[in-house]
Ligand binder design. Sequence first.
Ligand code: ADP
Length: 258
Amino acid sequence: LKATSRKLKGSELMSKGIITVLQDVTEQEKLEHHRKEFVANVSHELRTPLTTLKSYLEALEDGAVTDPEIAPRFVRVTLNETERMIRLVTDLLQLSRLDSKKGELRKTSVHIGQLLTDAIERFSVQFEQKRMKVEMDLPTWMPFIQADRDGITQVIDNVLSNAVKYSYPDTTLKVKVQTVQETIQIEMEDQGVGIPKRDLTRIFERFYRVDKARSREMGGTGLGLSIAREIISAHQGEIKLESEVQQGTKVTITLPID
Ligand code: ADP
């Protein structure tokens, strides 16, 4: 930098150029750091279920396979772990598609109320298992919006699946839709474990979880909310979370009408 600034002495314009270059390097380093962190995370997330699989398969090979009580339990564990790995790889593929094809949405006319009603129906068994009630508050009329149906469905599914995972049993999930100025606002509010304030700002980061063990136990991949944010931003919308520990979490999604 010293040598360069001597050469450029007196040129204010050029010294501004140098500052820009330095910022670029910092930005590049940050990106590189994130990339390395991401690869490390992916490897770790895949290694954990693989290690579990290996130990259970070894136990089966060592004789557990002939034990009529243990064998089915061990097979169930290996199946669960395999399913989680499939979910993880599916989520990763989706993130990589979103990364490489930013903005390429297949937009059609979408009725948000209908998508929500269908989604709640799909989750009905899971709600019942937790004895959860769903309260829907939909306006009698709402405009269709131009949106990617599969994308928005995936966002709703990710949020509802979290609501089920992190809600206390015997609670109520409130789902509300309203039009606010030129936008449609969807609120999904659960009565669950909530998220501590210090974690709220990081919750959309890839693989960030408040409680890793709990998320894994629930079959989570730590990617649901980052996928949701990518899809909503591609629609020029917004997704935000408000939460109170041991009280619940409210997810608000805002989508432009036009
Ligand atoms: P996961 O697969 O772990 O659920 P997400 O990206 O969907 O990953 O969510 C990230 C983390 O945010 C979760 O691990 C959990 O700690 C927290 N979280 C998300 N939604 C809720 C919710 N409704 N209530 C409490 N915690 C939540």
